[in-house]
Structures are given as C-alpha cells and as structure tokens.
Design a protein around this ligand. Structure first.
Ligand code: GTP
Ligand code: MG
Length: 206
C-alpha cells in the first residue's frame, strides 16, 4: 500500500466546519509534543504538510488531510487523516483546556466516518494517567484504537519490546482491548510506517 497523493483539506474548531464528503477518517490523538503531526507527515512523506514544533501545543485546531493510496493491483483508495490538538499540556489555562477537550470530544461523538483512532504514546516513558484515561474513553465509546509508540529511534533497539510491553500493561490493554497491540514508530528511521499503512489499508478494505 503506497501513498501517492496528500493534500490539506480543511481546519475546524466545531462540527459546522467539518469538511463534506464521504471519505473514511483516521484520527491521531496523544499528549502534546508526542509527534502526531510529524507522524502524519511521515506517513505522507510530505514534510510541512502538518505543522510540527519542538514546543508542545503547536496544533490547536482539527486539521483534515486527504490521501490517496495505491494497492498492488493498481486500484486506489482515498481517505482522510485528521490531526488533532494534544492533551495534557500543563501550561495552558484551565478554561482553555476545558474548551479544548469539549471540541475534541465533539469530534469523537459527531464523526460517523471515523473508523480508526491512532493514539500516540512516547515509547521512552510509561503511559501517563491522561493516556490511560483517553485510551479507556475511546475503547468505551466503541472506537477502534491503534496505539502507536513514537520516537522509537530515541531508545536502543534492545529496549523497544520491553517499553512496548510496559505501554500495553500500563493502559490495561489485556482487559480493555485484548486484540489491541502497540506499534513502535520512528519518523527518523521510518520503522513502523509500513505496518501502520497496513493497519490503515485493512480498515479501509473492511
Ligand atoms: P502538538 O501539536 O503540540 O500536540 O504536538 P504533536 O504531537 O503534533 O508533535 P509534533 O509532531 O509537533 O512533534 C513534536 C516534536 O517531536 C518535534 O520536534 C518532532 O521533530 C519530534 N518527533 C516526532 N516524532 C519523532 C520521532 O519519531 N523521532 C524523533 N527523534 N523525534 C520525533
Ligand atoms: Mg501537532
């Protein structure tokens, strides 16, 4: 499954601004600075498509990108990637944080074409309470969640499995979603890219 086209489509802060159309949506969520926008650029092989920053709180709106993928038989699949603001950014005022989660919650609850949520967690650290709460909430609302462990290039290869298992245990995947798994990813080495594109392809073909 190869990506042959990627375009910016729209920015939204409420449901009236969501783009029209019937493309399946794949959304990206995670703590601020975990690498959501970078991962979208890495999947598209298009640096600068989604804006990234080394300071947390960069993405503050819901951003839609349309992608076209090509299957080995040359047929094409069009779908949407959705970049969302991060959670757990302590420096933000309490009220703004409440607003944020409200419009993100609105997105989860009013997006019938949403078929997969990629929840990103930093592979270097055990999941934080906010990660566990978000994971539990998504699964409880019937959403299909793929956990992606980011920045895999920042730890040694021999530790990747152990850290992935800590995330699996930390968010209680065994009880909440036993079929789920943790996929390590690095935008630097490209590790995990083919695997995640495969997950997306399978969702689109379902
Ligand atoms: P917000 O929009 O603020 O919520 O952040 P975000 O989750 O979109 O993070 P963003 O993609 O802006 O990336 C944050 C920082 O992490 C940037 O400096 C990226 O270069 C870095 N980063 C993201 N993914 C990786 C990775 O796989 N490896 C390494 N080494 N750095 C990464
Ligand atoms: Mg971002």
């Amino acid at each position: 499954f190869t990506i042959i086209k990627a375009n910016y489509v729209a920015t939204a802060v409420n449901s009236s601004q969501y783009p029209a159309g019937d493309l399946t949506e794949i959304a990206f969520i995670g703590r601020s600075n975990v690498g959501k926008s970078s991962l979208i650029n890495s999947l598209c092989r298009y640096n600068g498509l989604a804006r990234t920053s080394c300071t947390p709180g960069k993405t503050q709106t819901i951003n839609y990108f349309s992608l076209t993928g090509k299957l080995p038989d040359e047929s094409r699949l069009e779908f949407m990637l959705v970049d969302l603001p991060g959670y757990g950014y302590a420096k933000r005022a309490q009220t703004a944080r409440a607003n944020w989660s409200k419009f993100i919650e609105e997105y989860w609850l009013t997006s019938p074409r949403l078929k997969l949520v990629c929840q990103l967690i930093d592979l270097r650290h055990p999941p934080m309470e906010s990660d566990c709460n978000v994971y539990r909430w998504l699964v409880a609302h019937g959403l299909t969640v793929q956990v992606v462990a980011t920045k895999a290039d920042k730890i040694s290869k021999s530790h990747i499995l152990k850290h992935s298992q800590e995330i699996y245990k930390g968010i209680d995947m065994l009880n909440l979603n036993p079929e789920g798994r943790v996929l390590p990813y690095s935008i630097v080495s490209g590790a995990g890219r083919n695997e995640l594109l495969d997950v997306i392809k399978n969702i689109l073909l379902k």
